[in-house]
Design a protein around this ligand. Structure first.
Ligand SMILES: [Zn+2]
Length: 106
C-alpha cells in the first residue's frame, strides 16, 4: 500500500520506525514531516473548537445564580421555581447586554 503525506500529498514517503504505541511511523521526503497512517487521535476541527462562549456563559450562570451552586442555602424546593429563577437571570443578563451596561469583550 502506497502512503501519501497528509500535509503535502506527496508520494515520496519512507518508513521511519514505530511510534511508542507500536504503529508504523512514516516520514515525507518532500516536507520532512512525520505521520502515522491510521492515527488514533484526529485533530479537532475549527468549527467544533469554539465552545468558549458557551463555557463562559455556563460559568457566569454558576457564579451568579446561587441556586445552581449547592443544595443548602438558596435551594429551590420546587423545580418550577428553580427554572423560573434561571430564566429570570437569563432575561436580566440579556437586558444588561442589550442596554450596553454590561460589556462583553470580543
Ligand atoms: Zn509531505
Amino acid at each position: 500500500m502506497e502512503q501519501e503525506c497528509p500535509y503535502c500529498k506527496s508520494k515520496r514517503v519512507i518508513k521511519n520506525g514505530t511510534t511508542r504505541h507500536g504503529k508504523q511511523n512514516h516520514k515525507c521526503k518532500n516536507c520532512h514531516r512525520q505521520f502515522v497512517s491510521n492515527p488514533q487521535n484526529q485533530p479537532i476541527p475549527e468549527a467544533t473548537k469554539q465552545t468558549n462562549h458557551m463555557e463562559r456563559f455556563n460559568c457566569t450562570l454558576r457564579q451568579r445564580v446561587a441556586r445552581l451552586v449547592r443544595k443548602t442555602l438558596s435551594f429551590s424546593k420546587k423545580l418550577d421555581n428553580h427554572i423560573a429563577m434561571i430564566w429570570l437571570f437569563v432575561h436580566h443578563y440579556n437586558t444588561l447586554i442589550q442596554s450596553k451596561i454590561l460589556i462583553i469583550p470580543s
